[in-house]
Write a protein that binds this ligand. Structure first.
Ligand code: ZN
Ligand code: ZN
Length: 211
């Protein structure tokens, strides 16, 4: 059975998630150095790290991905196919804003596109492409378990910023309405920052995009 573990890491309080299933686990958004210690603890339990999943390449989400590859040589970092194009710009601002990160290059990355499916043993994770906050924003959807990892696209009562480089508010709203609000109301949403919510709750109560 799948177990979701949530942790808050890094200087921008990013949610770092561990999806555990059978003898394996995948992680989402290792944006702070604490993610390295947490991942080490799961490896010490004898679990195998399968994927390092990144919702988008902002430094507070991808920051310590490369460090996790050093812990488990067979694991790979997975991002949207647009990430390699914009990664250099995002790493420049990490420096400007003094956000800690470990240098990662496009060759460390395996890319994903809309509707791709990856697996942790028998658990399927579908990729939903949701550009707007960033051109490489994706959500990870466990359809059978009704669980969505929404990155910085959808938050409880709120949505991601669109005023950062390459942000686009119209695209962001469209992604939320067309791709996320079309999911069943009971889907649990685990965002990139803050508390978890559900699709049904946000459709009624979100301050920016309701249905
Ligand atoms: Zn972001
Ligand atoms: Zn963020």
């Amino acid at each position: 059975m799948v177990k979701i573990h949530s942790f808050v890491v890094g200087v921008l309080s990013t949610n770092f998630y561990v999806i555990e299933n059978e003898n394996a686990f995948s992680v989402i958004d290792p944006g702070g150095k604490e993610a390295v210690e947490i991942t080490t603890q799961f490896l010490e339990k004898g679990l195998k790290l399968k994927h390092v999943l990144i919702t988008h390449a902002h430094p507070d989400h991808i920051g310590f991905a490369k460090s996790l590859l050093k812990l488990e040589s067979k694991a790979k970092v997975f991002t949207h196919e647009k990430t390699p194009d914009i990664l250099p710009t995002f790493l420049e601002w990490a420096e400007l804003w003094n956000l800690p990160y470990v240098e990662i290059t496009p060759k460390d990355i395996e890319t994903l596109k809309d509707n791709d499916v990856i697996k942790i043993e028998n658990i399927k994770i579908k990729i939903i492409y949701t550009p707007g906050h960033s051109p490489d924003s994706i959500c990870f959807y466990l359809e059978n378990e009704k669980i969505l990892f929404s990155g910085d696209t959808l938050f409880k009562y709120s949505i991601g910023r669109a005023d950062l480089p390459f942000g686009n508010i119209e695209l962001l709203k469209r992604s939320i309405i067309e791709r996320l609000y079309s999911l069943p109301d009971q889907v649990h949403v685990f965002p990139g920052h803050g508390n978890k919510t559900t699709i049904g709750f946000e459709k009624k109560n979100n301050f920016y995009v309701t249905r």
